[in-house]
Unconditional design. Sequence first.
Length: 138
Amino acid sequence: MIWAILLGFALFAISLYFHMWMLRGAKAVSPPGKDPRHLRLLAGSSLVLVSHLVIAGIFAGGMYLASAWGLGSLEKDVIDSWMDYYYFALITISTVGLGDILPAGHMRALSGIASLTGFLMISCTAQYVYQTMSKQEE
């Protein structure tokens, strides 16, 4: 269990650093407090979307490693490609959690850390979007 938590913390730290770096880029492209123009707003929002997709990839890679190291698995009829790990990480990071793939073993701890990481990233993104869009209302 300790290895799954340590792996989850490492994935969290990498994801947090990457997301903050991408948000800095989004703020440079479409700064909060300035009148958001359509292309600037699209570019800033696209950077944020790419950040969330990459973070899902980071956690998918971590879940694949956890499975290979015997820390747990994903339960579905067939987990036959890396895309299954990416899909599970994406729905977990976005906190949707559809339930068609279930974590087993210590993968449950890693999935919980992924969900908490996603909640934090979504909160940071919401603050950026709110600050950027509030200029339009003035």
